[in-house]
Ligand binder design. Structure first.
Ligand SMILES: Cc1cc2nc3c(=O)[nH]c(=O)nc-3n(C[C@H](O)[C@H](O)[C@H](O)COP(=O)(O)O)c2cc1C
Length: 224
């Protein structure tokens, strides 16, 4: 496995952070990685706001946590046993887990691919962070945090255009624990090869060739 694939396989969501702030040059690299994410139509329509104000992070994190209506861990189902999420532990009052840095990704409200773009950005940033020894946690439905009075004031202060909304957030910080949480085993059956070669596969390929030829002949016939 090369370094990139290794990073993809080893990255885990981190929900326990050291209080110290991440270094400015590391943050810069993470943000740059976000800017270079794949984006629909090459429009580069999403943008980020970096917040390192502990009071703001704490207050928005509490609002976000209070807005959460998902299930809580029931012993069999859980998000993470090693580093519980707000879905696992109702006692966690800050949905950003006291991370020293929280990045909010803003995307256009009326753009079909807004959330896709934002997710690509978040993924790039979380992988870049991991490669630098920085932990991250993806937070969805970021707009919930901005529904409060403070959130509304911040949108004005940060000059967020009215047609944009807070879509995704990424918590960042140095991991508190020296060993990251383990990945859950992958569920079976999530990869399907539609036209696999091998026993039976050759037959499928023949069927495919016949289909392609028939479509080509029909197309030629229509054009005459
Ligand atoms: C769309 C999306 C939303 C998520 N929202 C949250 C969240 O609100 N809080 C949280 O702790 N983790 C959140 N996560 C992180 C997932 O819980 C985590 O990726 C999952 O448990 C798999 O663990 P891993 O990232 O360590 O592989 C979110 C991930 C995605 C992709």
């Amino acid at each position: 496995m090369n370094d990139v694939i290794n990073c993809i396989m080893e990255r885990r969501s981190i929900r326990r952070y050291k209080p110290e702030q991440i270094k400015a040059d590391e943050l810069k690299q993470i943000l740059e990685a976000g800017l270079y994410a794949a984006n629909a139509g090459s429009r580069q329509s999403s943008f980020v706001v970096v917040c390192q104000n502990a009071d703001i992070i704490c207050e928005l994190g509490q609002v976000k946590s209070a807005a959460f209506k998902g299930r809580y861990s029931d012993g069999e189902r859980y998000v993470s046993k090693e580093q519980p999420s707000i879905a696992d532990d109702p006692n966690i009052k800050n949905a950003y887990y006291d991370a020293p840095t929280v990045i909010t990704i803003f995307t256009p409200k009326d753009f079909l691919f807004g959330a896709y773009d934002g997710s690509c950005m978040a993924t790039n940033m979380s992988l870049a962070a991991w490669s630098l020894g920085i932990g991250s946690c993806f937070i969805g439905a970021a707009w919930e945090a901005f529904a409060c009075e403070l959130g509304q004031r911040l949108l004005v202060e940060w000059n967020i255009p009215g047609n944009y909304h807070a879509d995704i957030q990424l918590c960042l910080g140095y991991p508190l624990d020296s060993t990251p949480p383990k990945a859950k085993p992958r569920k079976d059956g999530r990869i399907v090869y539609a036209y696999q070669m091998g026993a039976g596969g050759h037959h499928q390929m023949e069927t495919m060739k016949t289909l392609v030829m028939r479509v080509q002949q029909e197309t030629i016939a229509k054009s005459k």
